[in-house]
Design a protein around this ligand. Structure first.
Ligand code: NAD
Length: 351
């Protein structure tokens, strides 16, 4: 069901206002034959996460058209109207909503956030079976209506659902990306910045691997203002506690659970994180983000197709490349362990 744009229109006062308001221009040239490509983003799932992404995308002027899809028509229409009513304060974007996937036709980017919400204390893996069935209803119509789109998966467990989306879509792997540890890495950067009282934007730090409990913090590649921090401390013989580092990583892992316990869900940080990925992709920024990509072959990950986060370059073609980042044997072993666990679960899905 497609949502009517607004409850009323210019017909309200019985006049064709648009047609009579502007006087015709004398000797106007026809529009330039060079057609500017309009950018269309569709968001599937207008819950807390989908709407946080939508509002960040609007404020950052990332799309000409934004289409929302959800299974709940009233909630969907309410969200669409609420965003449309902010038009006077936002860059111009056409916002539409529908429970029918045909509304997503010709999207450049489809962001999937639909899914069952993680309950307090529930592991991300427990969500899986509920969400795989959902994806069987969502991915095929998205592909049918936007065969050239890039799919950006956010629903949890994100690594496995990105694999599921890749399999169900039949898309090449560069056009199916999971938001992965982009959020974990921003939490990591915030905590390091907070610890050292510097700006998080000056902290380069990556969490890779599984989005969640078995993620891997890349300590040796942390730099602040371009200075690799651990080798700096070692060269100056400044002692630091390995336990302090481990505690920061533990805090990153616990962050999501804490926010969910306190407010019931997470939304703002994932909203900014995904809008940041959308910008890199659609504006061809060629920036490096830790996102979930087909990781087979990296760091001796084998045994099957598995999506895990690795530092990856994103641009208009989707995934442009993956950095084969130097990691320790212990870190590589942990990545392979995550891959093994994920592959065991995937084997039971029948996708
Ligand atoms: N990857 C990450 O870093 C990250 C971070 C936060 C949340 N998440 C995940 O994002 C997902 C959404 O979280 P939320 O808090 O917004 O949940 P939510 O319950 O608020 O929203 C989910 C939405 O999906 C919709 N939906 C369900 N079935 C649908 C269908 N068939 N078609 C269209 N829409 C459908 C629901 O109606 C609902 O509006 C969850 O899986 C959550 O775990 C991921």
């Amino acid at each position: 069901m497609s949502m009517p744009k607004t409850p009323s229109g210019s017909s309200l006062i019985g006049l064709d206002i648009a047609g009579s308001f502007f006087a015709p221009i004398q000797d106007a040239a026809p529009p330039s034959p060079t057609k500017r490509h309009t950018i269309k983003i569709s968001i599937i799932g207008t819950g807390n996460v989908g709407m946080a992404i939508a509002q960040t995308i609007l404020t950052q002027d990332l799309a000409d058209e934004l289409t929302l899809v959800d299974a709940l028509p009233d909630k969907l229409r309410g969200e669409m109207l609420d965003l449309q009513h902010a038009a006077a304060f936002l860059p111009r974007t056409t916002i539409s909503a529908s429970t029918d996937f045909s509304a997503t036709a010709a999207s450049d980017l489809c962001i999937v956030t639909a899914g069952a919400r993680q309950n307090p204390g529930e592991s991300r893996l427990n969500l899986l079976h509920r969400n795989v069935n959902l994806f069987r209803k969502i991915i095929p119509p998205l592909v049918e209506y936007s065969p050239d789109a890039i799919l950006l998966i956010v629903s949890n467990p994100v690594d496995i659902l990105t694999y599921v989306a890749w399999k169900l879509s039949g898309f090449p792997s560069n056009r199916v990306i999971g938001s992965g540890t982009n959020l974990d890495s921003s939490r990591f950067r915030f905590l390091i910045a907070d610890h050292l009282d510097v700006n998080a934007q000056d902290v380069q730090a990556y969490i890779i691997g599984e989005h969640g409990d078995s993620s891997v913090a890349l300590w040796s590649s942390i730099s602040i203002g371009g200075v690799p921090i651990l080798s700096f401390l070692e060269k100056r013989q400044i002692p630091y506690e390995k336990a302090t580092l481990e505690n920061i990583h533990k805090e990153v892992i616990n962050c999501a659970y804490e926010v969910i316990k306190l407010k019931g869900y997470t939304s703002w940080a994932i909203g900014y994180s995904v809008a940041n990925l959308a910008r890199s992709i659609l504006r061809d920024q060629r920036r490096i983000h830790p996102v979930s990509v087909l990781a087979k072959g990296f760091h001796d990950i084998d045994g099957g197709d598995v999506f895990l986060s690795l530092p990856a370059q994103l641009g208009r073609g989707g995934l442009l490349g993956v950095i084969n980042v130097p990691i320790t044997d212990e870190e590589a072993e942990r990545l392979r362990e995550s891959a093994k666990t994920i592959l065991e679960v995937q084997a039971q899905l029948g996708v």
